[in-house]
Design a protein. Structure first.
Length: 131
């Protein structure tokens, strides 16, 4: 299994696993900001999306849906794709612009404790069963 599959299988608790995945994504972005920007450069600057990247990303999103679905109630299942889209967007925005809100909210995503607070708060808003 790849890193994402290993993270998602941790403890067999889907919401905790998703939390860990988001932590890993944001930690990677904090450690390697240039790499994160490079991944988004072509679509951001020129509006071009590689078919191979789109296909890989869609596979990743489908895997998330399948992993998280068992942890959702009926309403959560209906809104799961939207919740995944929004939570990943929040993480990617923070990764691309880590200092944009820092003076406003005091959260520096480069700090592990602040990163954890940021993601836990978001998880509690989107996934009511997350603890």
């Amino acid at each position: 299994p790849n890193m994402i599959e290993e993270i998602l299988d941790v403890e067999k608790k889907p919401l905790k696993a998703y939390h860990n995945l988001l932590m890993a994504q944001l930690e990677g972005a904090a450690r390697n900001p240039g790499l994160t920007r490079a991944h988004f450069q072509e679509p951001f600057l020129n509006g071009h999306y590689s078919p191979a990247i789109n296909e890989t990303f869609e596979h990743f999103l489908d895997a998330l849906v399948e992993k998280l679905k068992p942890a959702m109630d009926a309403e959560g299942k209906r809104n799961l794709k939207l919740s995944i889209t929004q939570t990943l967007s929040i993480i990617y925005f923070a990764a691309l612009f880590p200092d944009l809100f820092k003076s406003f909210n005091g959260i520096d995503i480069r700090d592990p404790k602040a990163r954890k607070k940021y993601i836990r708060h978001m998880m509690k808003k989107y996934f009511t069963d997350f603890s």
